[in-house]
Design a protein around this ligand. Structure first.
Ligand SMILES: NC(=O)c1ccc[n+]([C@@H]2O[C@H](COP(=O)([O-])OP(=O)(O)OC[C@H]3O[C@@H](n4cnc5c(N)ncnc54)[C@H](OP(=O)(O)O)[C@@H]3O)[C@@H](O)[C@H]2O)c1
Length: 301
């Protein structure tokens, strides 16, 4: 099969299309013909060598595709189904014509492969973090990175649970954040004052999906770190804030399925920025590395 195979970790140009062995589904796994792979900031780090994967490696941590074959213990009737989920291995990922997965959901009619791939990691991480914050109807929640994949999912889940959301994002994304049902607030210096002006009744909790420095402002607004969770700032402990990491043990396809059903019903927005053919995976990485994609970046293997 064709895949973006990394033989040494480093700059985006290490993503080179090459022939690789097609994976074989083991017990509990489905082999999917990948039709779309979401591109994530973590994959930028993996490509650069931060995850200490062994070469040759194929990265890509979320996918949408069609089941081609199933391993022992998996229902044969899944063959031919459209599915979206997580590849089982960090080095046998979705920047490839085929990947294997045991954690996925079927894709409802009316949802494209690009939309499905763009939803997996965002919906899962947003839902887990909101669960940790234990938000309730009537609460006011700040979401930083509200224009991004994780943030836009968090805004929409929170709004559906009756929560008022202050959505922090770039000014060029204010209309988009508002369209999700949040009150848009610009990131950057002066954030504390802008949040207070947008939430005169106070703020109950905050979810940071941006990283890049908003935690001190959020601690100041909340009066302490207890009701803040970050998905993006690994220095969280410095501020007493909880960092929540997604991993193979806590990935949950249920909120992904909820979001996909809502897309099918026209009640959920997943914004696609640009799609790239597999041969241009390096350009996809360069765009994601800017931090301002204006929608999910997708690779089409
Ligand atoms: N904890 C986990 O398990 C986990 C899982 C997945 C992802 N993540 C992390 O979550 C973060 C978001 O991922 P994503 O896929 O949602 O990224 P994304 O779609 O690229 O969104 C990035 C967001 O960050 C905002 N942003 C960029 N630069 C900023 C700055 N200097 N100050 C404030 N906001 C800024 C962007 O706002 P504008 O473009 O509007 O300016 C956008 O809303 C990444 O750090 C990623 O590594 C963590």
């Amino acid at each position: 099969m064709k895949a973006a195979v990394i033989t040494s970790f480093g700059e985006p140009s290490v993503l080179q299309v090459a022939e690789a062995p097609r994976p074989v589904p083991g017990p509990g796994q489905a082999l999917a013909r990948v039709r779309a792979a979401g591109v994530n900031p973590a994959e930028i780090q993996a490509r650069a060598g931060a995850f200490r994967l062994h070469a040759p490696a194929i990265i890509g941590f979320e996918f949408a595709g069609v089941v081609e074959q199933v391993g022992p213990g998996v229902d044969e009737s899944l063959v031919g189904e459209r599915i979206a989920g997580w590849p089982d291995s960090a080095s046998q990922g979705s920047y490839a014509e085929y990947t294997v997965s045991s954690n996925f959901t079927t894709i409802p009619d009316g949802v494209s492969f690009e939309e499905a791939a763009a939803t997996v990691i965002g919906a899962d991480n947003a839902a887990r973090a909101l669960g940790l914050l234990n938000i309730r109807p009537g609460d006011t929640l700040v979401v930083t990175g509200a224009s991004g994949a994780l943030g836009s999912a968090a805004v929409q889940f929170a709004r559906r649970r009756g929560v008022t959301v202050i959505g922090v994002a770039g000014t060029s994304n204010a209309d988009f954040v508002q369209s999700l049902g949040a009150i848009p607030v610009a990131h950057g210096p002066g954030l504390v004052d802008r949040i207070r002006a947008a939430a005169p009744g106070g703020v109950d909790a905050a979810l940071d999906t941006a990283g890049k420095g908003p935690l001190p402002a959020l601690v100041e607004v909340l009066g302490g770190p207890e009701r803040i969770v970050t998905l993006a700032d690994r220095d969280a402990a410095r501020y007493g804030v909880a960092f929540s990491a997604g991993h193979s043990g806590n990935r949950d396809s249920q909120p992904v399925r909820e979001a996909l059903d809502l897309i099918a019903a026209g009640a959920w927005t997943v914004r696609i920025g640009r799609s790239f053919p597999l041969a241009e995976a390096a350009d996809a990485h360069r765009l994601v590395a800017t931090g301002h994609t204006h929608g999910k970046v997708i690779i089409l293997p």
